[in-house]
Design a protein around this ligand. Structure first.
Ligand code: MCA
Ligand code: AMP
Length: 508
């Protein structure tokens, strides 16, 4: 039977000329396709030499670099399971992920080796390496001694390729298990749907620890044998400067908002571009319209999740329809999408309800949480996304809200229950509520409302300062108000909609 290993499939798409440039970085480094082939072979040989059991997890929290991408590809190549971690995560967050996933290998930034290795060794991890964004660290030192030839591991379609932590619809972070087959089927569909063509060049400016930057962008370029212009961090000026050399760009809405704020963005700078893709959070219609006016290009908005990779997309090809702002387009080929009422009944066109999906892209379940997994699937096998939306008469899907208690800030997910837990742990706090309010840059940001225990005086700024030492920066509430009481319904439940309404103008 044919090897279903994702790396094997991507490598088949490398161009014939392995000396051509595959990645060009913003600090003037150029990596050829041969460099990717050799680098991933050496890293895969290093992983293989560690005597890891089948299905071993390789957890990685490092700054963005081409070597970090190679580590991802090498993990696939060696047949192990990649577990990317946001660089903003602090020690309590990392402790949870490592404790839950029990990785056999942890790779961290050299500057974090002290605390990360302590957590990892305590959790039983046998191997901790470091990888800096400047090609330093023990991982590359060790890999330098390994052969640059490596036979790609043989995997079945359902074998695990990656675990992505997400909070799903509720509660504690859960590891979404994605297989080689999930990732490969989605990459193949997107290559066709978005009309990737020879000569395309992608500007890669997203972080590589989430679906958007790690899978959609990297797989998209590799499966098309396309060069990437690689920015270690998003910087609107740099992207605009590089635009004439590129044809495809992918970003969360905040990236588009920030580029629009730069007068250098115009039709001339975007003249060679073929496609601008947005997703991970709702793209405001104002941004969609302004972008079209300024650059002459219509942004293609698409919708996805960690559990499902990409689900829907506006059309690329005008003959199948226009790109409609405010919608996320059509279900991708092979993806089933339906809208159901709260009682599970099918809903007619244009009626708002719960979005459910199925397809070869839908994940294998949450890591070691079979009950949570079955809660999130219907009896007939559809995955409940937790998103609320509708399908119109032409088949366009619109997301109108979320049934899950989630704030999406600058494309990152923030779970109110998690933040409230930390706030409630601060001495003197009786209760708290975190709500998402509109923000011109991040789309939505968290605002905390806190009640003090009787006789205690609390300061909102001090609460924020305290959270900064415990939580990833994007989870920190942008404001914190101390109040005497929270609005409640007759059942005593906090009415977050009223709080949201009260603070809606805060950043306008
Ligand atoms: C940084 N800060 C944030 C965020 N990022 N606050 C809220 N939300 C954020 N996303 C904090 C910083 O810590 C800082 O706080 C202050 O806000 C200003 O930071 P700034 O310098 O402006 O931030 P930055 O470093 O420029 O980052 C902004 C960013 C970044 C480039 C928009 O957040 C980003 O790369 N977002 C992309 C996320 C992404 O790739 N999502 C895809 C998920 P202080 O001043 O207090 O220090 S994949 C997914 O969702 C699905 C599956 C899908 O469909 O794709
Ligand atoms: P994550 O848990 O990071 O995979 O985030 C997935 C969630 O992001 C989805 O369930 C949606 O709520 C949201 N999302 C992704 N793309 C879009 C989009 N284009 N418009 C609105 N929401 C989106």
């Amino acid at each position: 039977m044919r090897n279903q290993n994702l790396f094997a499939a991507l490598r088949e798409c490398f161009p014939a000329d392995l000396d051509a440039v595959s990645v060009e970085t913003d600090n003037a480094l150029a990596y050829s396709w041969r460099d990717l082939e050799r680098g991933t072979a050496m890293l895969a040989n290093l992983l293989a030499s560690l005597g890891l059991p089948a299905g071993a997890r390789v957890a990685v929290q490092v700054e963005k670099s081409v070597e970090a991408m190679m580590l991802y590809l090498a993990t696939l190549r060696a047949g192990f399971v990649f577990l990317p971690l946001n660089t903003a995560y602090q020690s309590a967050e990392i402790e949870y992920f490592i404790g839950n996933a029990e990785p056999a290998v942890v790779v961290c930034s050299p500057k974090n080796f002290g605390w990360v290795s302590k957590i990892a060794f305590k959790a039983g991890t046998g191997n901790v390496f470091t990888l800096g964004d400047d090609r330093t660290g023990s991982l590359l030192e060790r890999a330098a001694h390994c052969s640059d030839r490596h036979e790609v591991a043989v995997n079945a379609q359902d074998d695990l390729a990656a675990i992505l932590y997400t909070s799903g619809t509720t509660g504690r972070s859960k590891g979404a298990m994605l297989s080689h087959g999930n990732l490969l089927s989605n990459a193949r569909v997107l290559k066709n749907y978005w009309g990737w063509t020879p000569g395309d060049v992608l500007i890669h400016a997203l972080p590589i620890f989430h679906v958007h930057g790690l899978f959609v962008a990297i797989h998209g370029a590799l499966i098309n044998g396309s060069k990437m212009i690689w920015l270690a961090r998003f910087d609107p000026k740099r992207v605009i400067r590089k635009m004439p050399e590129a044809t495809v760009f992918m970003g969360v809405p905040t990236l588009y908002v920030r580029m629009l704020a730069d007068p250098a963005l115009d039709r001339h700078t975007a003249r060679n571009m073929r496609l601008f893709i947005a997703g991970s959070a709702p793209l405001l219609i104002e941004t969609f319209n302004e972008w079209r006016e300024r650059t002459g290009h219509t942004i293609l908005e698409r919708y996805g999740m960690s559990e499902t990779i990409m689900l829907t997309s506006n059309p690329y090809d005008a003959s199948t329809g226009e790109r409609r702002g405010g919608t996320v387009g059509f279900p991708l080929p092979g993806v089933g999408l339906r809208v159901r009422g709260d009682e599970g009944q099918d809903l007619p066109t244009d009626q708002i309800g719960n979005i459910q999906v199925r397809g070869p892209n839908v994940f294998k379940g949450y890591w070691r949480m079979p009950e949570k997994t079955s809660e999130e699937f219907t009896d007939d096998g559809w995955f409940k996304t937790g998103d609320v939306g509708k399908i119109d008469g032409h088949g366009y899907v619109t997301i109108v809200g979320r049934s899950k208690d989630l704030i999406i800030s600058g494309g990152y997910n923030v779970y109110p229950a998690e933040i409230e837990g930390y706030i409630n742990g601060i001495p003197g706090v009786a209760e708290s509520a975190l709500v998402g309010v509109p923000h011109p840059d991040f789309g939505e940001v968290g605002v905390a409302v806190v009640i003090a225990k009787p006789g205690v005086k609390l300061d909102g700024n001090e609460i924020v300062a305290r959270l900064k030492s415990q939580l990833a920066n994007f989870k920190i509430p942008k404001r914190c108000f101390v109040v005497d009481e929270l609005p409640r319904n007759t059942m005593g439940k906090v009415q977050k909609n009223l709080l949201r309404e009260q603070h809606r103008q805060l950043f306008s």
